[in-house]
Write a protein that binds this ligand. Structure first.
Ligand SMILES: [Ca+2]
Length: 126
């Protein structure tokens, strides 16, 4: 009788750290509303950079140059990224409220992004 109770307590304790780790992994995958988030690894993992301001930005180049592998666009706007600073070079677009788990493959933009443009007005994805 006493032995059964000990096993039950041990099982509860073991569950606590597992839950905490799962919550931590989930928070790094999250992207707030009205933000464009990029991650250094596919599947929204690794280092994350969050872009929220309208206009051209070199924040990706400054913090994660040529390492972006996945993206989430939580704007009601198309967002553009470029392979050179200052919104120059080759371009890719992300439709409003879309996500891309892997910029490799047909996207052909893995580890290439350097700058971004969040326009003030809605523009179509080409
Ligand atoms: Ca990467």
């Amino acid at each position: 009788m006493k032995r059964t109770a000990t096993i039950a307590v041990t099982a509860v304790v073991a569950l606590v750290p597992a839950t905490g780790e799962a919550a931590k992994a989930e928070s790094t995958k999250r992207c707030p509303q009205d933000a464009f988030c990029v991650w250094s690894k596919p599947g929204y993992q690794g280092k994350k950079v969050v872009l929220t301001k309208n206009g051209v930005s070199n924040k990706i180049a400054n913090q994660m140059n040529n390492r972006v592998s996945s993206t989430k666009n939580k704007f009601d706007l198309t967002v553009f990224i470029y392979d050179k600073r200052g919104a120059k070079g080759e371009i890719r677009c992300f439709s409003s409220n879309s996500k891309e788990a892997d910029l490799g493959g047909s996207y052909n933009f893995d580890n290439r992004a350097a700058s971004s443009l969040i326009p003030k007005d809605p523009e179509p994805c080409f």
